[in-house]
Design a protein around this ligand. Structure first.
Ligand code: ADP
Ligand code: MG
Length: 932
């Protein structure tokens, strides 16, 4: 019989694996919005989103409501890594009857404790001049928390049952009681001054007459938390965050830092939030039924809440003695122990306490102690009985530890999975009677959880000062975060654009467009509105083989583009332009280009034909015809002499003549925006806008000839290359530029130029972010204010980093870590969350500004055509637009908002600069043929 009893109390490893899986399922159920209400493991959000980082300082008051006691604690933190907090405390015993009386009486009593504690410990010198004393309230009952300082009591437990509290905000109740007590104290003080009586009033009178008149402090309840959370915070010390806590006490509970976006019951979505699992209720849906022993069933039946808190009843020290007692009753009945003696004393509930069990288990060697304990209880054990009782006690204790380990394994595996980690290293704070009283607890917790979750490596930390100090930490962290939030908002505010801001940008863009189109005002416009002499988009009837050149993007390429009935096929080759040629003479440059074309045509076996050629030339040009364009200035490292002011098409033709190359005829020179529009236009005839958001940004669109004052003629349309990157170069956007934009602009090779582009495009976004990070570090909002030498380097923060950082929903943390390593940044988790916010702010602004510009374009086109509703497609190219995870969504959303009467579709261009140039050539030939 004894073996059977012991077997029933030991749970096989496979069964523990299954239990761990169940626990993880229940955790997900508790976190999900849909299933939260039915979940047994409640997974309550705590609104604690950070662990201490050691910079916290100041005075913090803690009130802890415990069984029969109110504990008050004053903690002074010095911002020294929380190495040596100064603590003063006082414990008040609760008067009889308060546990079952009116709620108001309970809170009044707590407020009196606070008042008395402060009157004895706090003088204006210890609070400093602030006089404002934040309070953290440890309230170890199940609450539905909606903010750090807002928590509705769901149900009392642990023998409490005060009326009028369930369903109310406990923080509010405490604050009101404290304020009421405050008034009372003031009154007492005045009366005391009048007649010089009363210890409390005389103290206050004394203090206030020495320093400031009136009350020396005002207590504000800023945080409410469960004791488990307090333990976690207590164990977070000296820059090593503790992210899990287990309280193995009368009851049992666990909390941990979960990814905030997974806590669907709370609004918070970035960073992490501590979740109070309330795992004591695990098994209330029957998940543990097959491991219950008859002893567990009896314990449950005799409890005040049968069927509830089934897990807790197997592991809480409130129940362990009872489990042993029921096992002994059963074994006595089966005549396996205490044969021939009277064991009736075991029938009495509670005679066998957990302390008895601990005393028995902890006396491994001697039977005498076991015998002594049993005899004190009134039993007459034989030596064999003593041995068997000890075995049962060990089994019950061992099972409690094993079950804790199983719960811990579930938490750890869940954290490891949701953080997308291969291995999880984490600190686990532990406290409670079982942990401190049962020496094997730690060993079992570690070894069993390692068996169940081999991918996790927990380090156990003993909580030294219980939950009180942790509560002070929570309060301190809450205040630190609130102050930090205000400071962060202040830094980022200028980058956050309102709808009105965007409307203004749209209106200004429209104004500049009109100015640029009009011959008289064109010279003063920041948007140059260059005519391109492209007057038709493709209609799909284009046919033939064309050559294309792409110069001025990231690579120099030569292409052949075949336009047939079945679509377009292309072949291309990348050629290098040596720096010596980029910066040599114009003749050398264009000779080199012709050499590359000849090489390409030879390789492609196209030497015998004369092919029309379209030339994508992404440098600013004054175009005077489709095949006539004067170079305004070189950019991007080119400086070949003798070209500026010259017709680029002619330079290319001259070179072909010098090289006696007859296999090509230059028919068009186009900007890359135009190429993009044309390439997309081949697939979608509604495509009448081209947009580039890559290294730079620019746009083109089809304008009515009658509006183009800079070109003769009123018939039809012409594509206008806006060169909108320069929008604002005349000062019209000065109100938008932040400190960061100004610094970025000043460090470019063209300060004061391309101001709109510098807010939007890939070449600059990383730089803007870098400048913000530098300022935030300086303000000690990041990296604890430690300077980051690498971050001082220009262009070290790549725009592609924004894509990686913003993509992460807590899941791409490894990639973020790689970036942080590359930058040699020692970033905490919170630092990376803040970095993401910075990136999001910068890329959102870029997308919104781009949308405001586009809104001006589409609205103008709609007006031009006298339509109520315009349907139009934008052909887009550029790596930022294509690869950034939110840019295109933000752009489209904002555009819809700013131009509600335009139905705008976005079409990604596939190799627009090659294909587009060929299509311009094709359309030109088609139009020329039609003319003939
Ligand atoms: P170009 O404009 O010179 O023709 P691209 O369209 O390829 O070239 O754009 C290059 C720019 O795109 C780079 O300046 C870089 O800042 C940006 N970029 C590169 N990769 C990414 C990425 N993953 N996410 C966002 N931007 C990127
Ligand atoms: Mg490009």
């Amino acid at each position: 019989q004894i073996q059977r009893a012991l077997r029933s109390l030991s749970i096989p490893l496979e069964r523990l694996h299954i239990m761990k899986g169940h626990m993880m399922q229940d955790m997900c159920k508790g976190l999900s919005r849909q299933t939260h209400a039915q979940a047994k493991v409640r997974m309550l959000p705590t609104y604690i989103c950070s662990t201490p980082n050691g910079t916290e300082k100041g005075n913090f008051l803690v009130v802890e409501l415990c069984q029969n006691q109110v504990r008050t604690l004053l903690v002074t933190l010095y911002g020294d890594g929380n190495m040596s907090p100064q603590m003063m405390y006082k414990i008040f015993n609760m008067p009889e009857g308060i546990l079952h009386g009116e709620g108001e009486a309970l809170f009044d009593f707590i407020a009196q404790c606070v008042s008395q504690f402060l009157s004895e410990t706090v003088s204006p010198d210890t609070t400093g001049t602030g006089l404002h004393l934040p309070l953290g309230f440890v309230f170890p009952f199940t609450c539905q928390q909606t903010q750090l300082d807002k928590a509705e009591l769901l149900s009392w437990s642990k023998g409490f049952n005060c009326s009028g509290v369930v369903g109310k905000d406990v923080v509010q109740l405490l604050q009101s009681a404290i304020d009421k007590q405050d008034k009372q104290d003031q009154q007492d003080k005045q009366e005391g001054e009048a007649n010089g009586a009363g210890w409390l009033s005389s103290w206050k009178g004394r203090k206030s007459s020495q320093s400031t008149p009136g009350k020396p402090y005002h207590v504000e309840v800023v945080a409410l938390m469960n004791d488990t959370v307090g333990t976690m915070m207590t164990c977070s010390m000296e820059g090593r965050p503790c992210e899990v806590a287990i309280v193995a006490d009368k009851g049992s509970n666990c909390c941990f830092m979960a990814e905030a976006y997974l806590v669907e019951t709370a609004e918070e979505t970035s960073g992490r939030m501590c979740v109070n699992t309330e795992w004591g209720c695990f098994g209330d849906d029957g998940a543990l039924n097959d491991v219950f022993t008859p002893y567990d069933v009896s314990v449950d039946e005799e409890s005040s809440n049968p069927g509830e808190k089934r897990f807790e009843k197997m592991v809480g020290t409130l129940y362990l003695g009872e489990i042993v007692r029921h096992a002994l009753i059963a074994l006595t009945a089966e005549k396996a122990i205490f044969t021939g003696t009277n064991a009736a004393v075991l029938k009495e509930k509670g005679v066998f306490t957990t302390q008895h069990v601990l005393d028995i288990v902890n006396n491994e060697d001697g039977i005498t102690e076991v015998q002594r304990i049993l005899e004190v209880l009134g039993l007459q054990p034989s030596e064999r009985d003593c041995g068997r009782v000890q075995q049962i006690c060990r089994a019950v204790m061992g099972r409690a530890a094993t079950l804790h380990a199983t719960g811990l394994a579930a938490i750890l595996s869940y954290m490891c999975q949701t953080r997308d980690l291969e291995t999880l290293m984490v600190n686990v704070g532990v406290e409670g009677e079982l942990y401190s009283g049962y020496p094997r607890f730690e060993e079992i917790l570690l070894s069993v959880s390692r068996l169940l979750s081999p991918e996790c490596m927990p380090t156990l930390l003993a909580s030294r000062d219980g939950s009180g100090r942790g509560a002070a930490m929570v309060t301190a962290v809450a205040l630190r975060l609130a102050a930090q939030r205000r400071a962060v908002n202040e830094v980022l505010a200028p980058l956050r654009l309102s709808r009105a801001d965007l409307e203004k940008v749209q209106a200004l863009m429209r104004e500049e467009m009109d100015k640029g189109l009009c011959k008289e005002t064109n010279p003063s416009a920041s948007v140059r509105m260059l005519p391109t002499y492209v007057s038709h988009t493709p209609d799909g009837t284009e046919r033939g083989d064309f050559l294309a050149l792409d110069l001025g993007g990231t690579n120099f390429r030569v292409l052949v583009v075949r336009v047939t009935e079945d679509g377009i096929t292309m072949a291309s080759e990348i050629y290098v332009i040596p720096v010596a040629i980029m910066q040599g003479t114009g003749e050398e440059l264009f000779d080199h280009i012709i050499d590359c074309i000849i090489d390409f045509q030879t390789k492609q076996k196209l030497v015998t034909q004369m092919l029309p050629l379209g030339f994508t030339f992404s440098f600013p040009c004054q175009q005077v015809g489709l095949d006539k364009a004067l170079l305004l200035t070189w950019t991007k490292g080119f400086s070949a002499s003798g070209c500026v002011g010259q017709d680029v098409v002619q330079l290319l033709r001259d070179a072909a003549k010098r090289k006696r190359h007859l296999g090509m005829e230059v028919v068009a020179l186009v900007n890359d925006t135009v190429g993009t529009m044309m390439a997309c236009g081949y697939d979608d005839p509604k495509c009448e806008i081209g947009l580039i958001v890559g290294t730079g940004t620019n746009a083109c669109y089809m304008e009515e000839m009658r509006n183009v004052g800079t070109v003769e003629g009123d018939q039809g349309r012409m594509c206008i290359n806006m060169e909108w990157g320069a929008f604002g170069d005349n000062g019209c956007l000065d109100h938008l530029f932040t400190h960061f934009d100004k610094v970025v602009d000043e460090t470019t090779i063209n300060p004061g130029k391309q101001r709109f582009e510098k807010l939007i495009s890939g070449m600059y976004l990383g730089e803007i972010v870098r400048q913000i990070l530098l300022v935030m570090t300086e303000k000690e909002l990041l990296f604890q204010g430690k300077p980051c030498p690498k971050l001082q380097t220009k262009d070290i923060f790549k725009t592609k980093f924004l894509s990686t950082i913003e993509l992460s929903n807590g899941l791409a943390l490894r990639q973020i870590q790689a970036i942080l390593n590359e930058l040699e940044l020692d970033a905490s988790f919170e630092d990376s969350v803040l970095m993401r916010e910075v990136c999001q702010t910068v890329s959102l602004r870029a997308a919104q500004l781009c949308a405001a510009g586009l809104a001006a374009v589409v609205e103008k086109m709609r007006e031009n055509r006298g339509l109520d509703q315009l349907s139009v497609t934008v052909g887009v190219d550029g790596t930022l637009y294509k690869l950034h995870p939110c840019f295109s969504d933000n752009l489209q959303k904002t555009l819809k908002d700013l131009a509600p009467n335009c139905n705008v579709t976005f079409l990604l261009s596939e190799d627009g600069s090659g294909k587009g140039a060929a299509l311009v050539a094709a359309v030109a030939s088609r139009a020329a043929n039609a003319m003939e």
